[in-house]
Design a protein around this ligand. Sequence first.
Ligand code: SF4
Length: 510
Amino acid sequence: MSNEIFLYERPIKKDYDFNMWFFFPGPESFAMSSLGYLWLYRAIDMLDGIDIERVYSDTKTTRIMRDKIDLIGMSFTFDTDFMAIFKFLEWNKYGLKAKDRKETDPIIFAGGPVISSNPEPYKEIFDFMIIGDGEDTNLDATKLCHELKDKPKSEILLELSKMEGVYVPSLNKTVKKITKKLTECIYTPIISDGAFFPNTFILEVERGCANRCGFCLASYLNLPIRFVDYEKIIKTIELGLQHTNKIALLGAQITAHPRFKDICKYIEEKIDNGQDIEMSVSSLRVDSFIPEVVNTLVKAGQKNLTLAIEAGSERLRRVINKNLTEGQIYKAIDVARDCGLKGIKFYGMIGLPTETQEDIEEIVNLSKRIKQKYKGFDINFGFSTFVPKANTPFQWFGREDEKSLEKKSNYLKKELHKLGIQISISSAKWDYYQALLSRGDENLADYVIEVYKQGGKLGAYKKVAKEMNINTDYYATETYSYDKPLPWDFIEIKPGKEFLMEEAKQLVNR
Ligand code: SF4
């Protein structure tokens, strides 16, 4: 049993008349390190009249009885989360599709990046979905369901369909994605020793990334980049430090925060004054590999730093919009080494649009040059293969075929091993199905259900596609023409499809 510290005052609830499960499609330890999930839970937990229980993929028994549940919310962060979601629905004897559930069954909804980017493969599963930043919409939708609890489902869904950011597939033809101003600093309101990052207080410093790499959902789904006020961040850090010494700053491009150096200075001064603080950051951009920042992180216990270079050649880095020069990479290593770090990890991607064998060879050549210049300094690589994501400029580009990706992977493994560089590469086979789901349409609902029923292993994805006569290449490897209607076009999202198209055309011609 893990020990939980609540950082907010929980109302004493005696008179609730509405019960809710909030499901996380992963084990409890992951849920307890999930900022978004815990923050939304807190907001609903503070409402009068509603009893909410956290439920995870490894929950064995629930406190609230199944037959009392009025509403179920779910987070959907990764493409394969549907497996845990279906298992949970079956465990509780709910139909997997909305139409197969009874009037007396609870309303079931989901939100998260997968849903916000392209909800179409799941439109038959959920009664409604939240598109975009969920803090306010989740809360408002829950309140509405509570208010209308005695009405028929159809009436509740009708009211929900009128809300901005809510997509009721049976009613809405379009939906507007919500982009919220960051008026508060959100944090993990429960600190747990059983969390994946035990006893760690996680807070959000900014949302999104202004860099706009052509493949990056974290950037395009969250435009424009938004920052939390410095004063609010400091106040929140102080709140966390009352309960733990482990602080993690979150954001896709945290170092772009105009006062990031001040945040580091604030922490560093506390450490210099004898306070025991461990601070970590999710990732650093190359322009933040500066002594002030890296020094603080090293002092605060961060052991490894990673730098996403994405591609080996400057040409390809320009194409994906990661305008990173070799000189900047050297500068970053200089700083890391001067600050006492023994090595650095690089992230890269293979199979990117326009990539040639020369670009791949350039990864090896660059590694050779680094090894020669920085003797004794450890570098290692983590690669994934390109997955086109809905609502990014590279959404039109298909994946490279598996054989050619494998050839590239084997070449990199062989050549980098020769240099004594550790390398890990994501599974091209899994990434293929990730692409299928990411660019999926409503025809995939039965497919994902059947994949689940057949165990969800890689073989099941292939076998079911064959049985159901689904052309998986159409979703994963085909390059679409720019004028092709896309399944997710109905989402009103800023900056919009025209903008993505212009970006795509301009990037691939660099
Ligand atoms: S720098 Fe990183 S987070 Fe930002 S757009 Fe590029 S890949 Fe995404």
